[in-house]
Design a protein around this ligand. Structure first.
Ligand SMILES: [Zn+2]
Length: 121
């Protein structure tokens, strides 16, 4: 797992210091907004920009045989089916604020393509 916490902190600090405009970092695209409304997991921390309590996480998978724009991983079931595909992929989790549309990469993790449930056989 790769954490993007440092890059995130840097971005938040740059906005606080006035080096970056809030509208530049609160720029979630329409598709991301849609996904954030319908397929997101609530996060238990406030938005670092507006301090609202509507911060959510969405996950996309990229890899061979997946759409170029990534495949939405809406739930654990979806994650399991990706693992069972037998092909490697990388999942990216993005946090989105549904109040100010702040968005930033949180973490990425690989899926190696080996089905965990079949390793016992
Ligand atoms: Zn916000």
């Amino acid at each position: 797992m790769v954490s993007y916490r440092l890059a995130r902190e840097r971005t938040v600090r740059a906005v606080e210091a006035g080096h970056r405009k809030q509208e530049d970092v609160c720029d979630a695209q329409p598709e991301l907004r849609r996904v954030a409304h319908h397929h997101a997991t609530a996060l238990s921390e406030p938005c670092p920009i507006c301090e609202g309590d509507d911060l959510v996480a969405v996950t996309f998978a990229f890899g061979a045989g997946l759409p170029n724009a990534g495949r939405l991983v809406a739930d654990r079931q979806e994650l399991r089916s990706l693992r069972q595909r037998g092909k490697p992929a990388t999942c990216y989790q993005v946090e989105v604020c549904r109040q100010c549309w702040w968005n930033h990469l949180r973490e990425s993790f690989p899926i190696d393509g080996t089905d965990l449930t079949s390793s016992a056989t």
